[in-house]
Design a protein around this ligand. Structure first.
Ligand SMILES: Cc1ncc(COP(=O)(O)O)c(C=O)c1O
Length: 461
């Protein structure tokens, strides 16, 4: 245990937090009424402790990011060493640092041959802002400046800055704060469970892909710059597309000469049982934003991997690319990311996750017998449990999100951290968990579902 967490004055901290901390993605009125923040103090593997001493199973790996699990001292030591040598220097104006250069080389080596250049950022949002700026510049240099439109999906999450939020398809986010970036077109998400109706998943996958082509034709193919998608939509409710979807989207993008962007912020670094979600989905993107699992969240860092097709144009014809962040390629973050990747490789965590994935699927699928579970789906180490009032007909409870909220609270009461995306309970545990920990996770989930059922029994068909 971290010595600093032993002597905290919890009451005082919560009061300070209520008084001064403006939290992201939080309804503050509700939050203060509920008593304020649960203050986390320390963690080990997939387990995290709060200030009251509760030991919780973190089935979300933080925010889909702590892929190697908590408590790896090697990462702290890597940051410590680097901060003593060189705590900061930038990568602008023809300079670099040892870890930034090594990390660019490393990430490039983990990707298909055509990805030879890595642009560093500090978050997934910044990665997607970079994607927009880079792709616009690419098309302008190619002499096709009218190719400005990005096609994205409803319920996509690409971040919270204006450009990444505009690419995202979250209605509630778009409803706040006025104008979005112009030129983003949203099409149907490949969510068979919710939208598939009487179609088979395969038929629905083709229908959802057809929506991409229809929109390209409606906008005019010569105006479309790129299609962007998460291989598996995370915050939208872990939408695992039917097998027919991605190959068809890929075919359509190729047909019209449109760039394909795979947002690997969640799916990258082993989450789906391969290094990259695009491998799992069998697609060949041109641009790959990434973050989260890159450092397992130990320090903030992200990147955009750019294929040769784009760098050949941008480097050759573009002159200076006026884009970058003070902390692009921050040396401590890069050192931590390198150590994180070393651990993933040396401990074969991607292979282990792939080997363990069927067991995670099997244990979680046992919940399919539960009266309020409409579907359990997993891919690698990411998955979802759909809550429904009528299992047979895939009917949701009234007031979407209400029962998900109840379930999330019961999870917390059972020392389980799961997130509710409306009425879809989602999970993405660290890749290092054991069979016994999967058993514990499935058991806690069932207990939370039972408690939820007890609350909503009278609404169930
Ligand atoms: C797929 C995806 N892209 C981008 C982001 C934004 O990343 P960040 O929160 O680091 O800005 C997220 C965050 O959850 C994400 O899930």
């Amino acid at each position: 245990m971290n010595i600093h967490s032993k002597n905290i004055n919890l009451e005082e901290l919560v009061a300070k937090d209520n008084a001064h901390h403006f939290h992201p993605f939080t309804d503050h009125k509700q939050f203060h009424a509920d008593g304020g923040a649960r203050i986390m103090t320390h963690a080990e593997g997939p387990w995290i402790w709060d200030g009251n001493g509760n030991k919780m199973f973190d089935a979300m790996a933080g925010l889909w990011c702590v892929n190697i699990g908590y408590g790896r001292k090697e990462l702290a030591e890597a940051a410590y060493r680097q901060m003593q040598d060189l705590p900061y220097y930038n990568t602008f104006f023809q300079t670099s640092t040892v870890p930034a250069t090594e990390l660019a080389d490393k990430i490039s080596s983990l990707m298909p041959d055509r990805f030879n250049h890595i642009f560093f950022v500090n978050s997934g949002s910044e990665a997607n802002d970079t994607v927009v700026r880079l792709i616009r510049q690419y098309w302008a240099l190619k002499g096709q400046p009218d190719r400005q439109v990005f096609i994205a999906r409803h319920r996509a999450y690409h971040g919270s800055t204006i450009a990444s939020l505009s690419l995202g398809g979250m209605d509630s986010m778009h409803a706040q704060g006025g104008a979005m970036l112009p030129g983003v077109e949203h099409v149907i998400e490949p969510d068979w469970f919710q939208l598939g109706g009487d179609l088979t998943p395969e038929e629905f996958g083709l229908k959802a892909a057809q929506a991409v082509e229809d929109r390209i034709l409606a906008v005019g193919a010569d105006k479309v710059a790129a299609f962007i998608g998460e291989p598996i939509q995370g915050a939208g409710g872990v939408i695992i597309p039917p097998v027919t979807y991605w190959p068809e989207v890929q075919r359509i993008c190729k047909k019209y000469g449109i760039l394909l962007v795979a947002d690997e912020v969640i799916c990258g670094f082993g989450r789906t049982g391969n290094w990259w979600g695009f491998e799992t989905m069998g697609i060949e993107p041109d641009v790959v934003p990434m973050a989260k699992g890159m450092s397992s969240g130990y320090l903030p860092i992200g990147a955009v991997a750019v294929s040769d097709k784009i760098t050949e144009v941008v480097f050759d014809k573009g002159g200076e690319f006026y884009h970058g962040y003070t902390y692009s390629g921050h040396p401590a973050s890069c050192a931590v990311a390198l150590e994180n990747i070393r651990i993933i490789e040396d401990e074969k965590l991607v292979e282990k996750a792939a080997d363990m994935a069927p067991y995670l699927h099997e244990k979680m699928s046992e919940l399919n017998d539960h009266p309020i579970v409409g579907e359990v789906r997993t891919k690698g180490f990411i998955g979802a449990v759909e809550l429904v009032s009528d299992k047979k007909n895939r009917v949701r409870f009234d007031d979407l999100g209400r029962v998900g909220g109840i379930c999330r609270n019961h999870c917390l009461a059972h020392n389980l951290i799961m997130r509710a995306c409306w009425d879809t309970m989602v999970f993405s545990p660290p890749l290092c968990i054991s069979r016994a920990e999967i058993d514990a996770f499935a058991g806690l989930t069932r207990a939370a579902l039972d408690a939820t059922y007890a609350d909503v029994k009278n609404e169930v068909a």
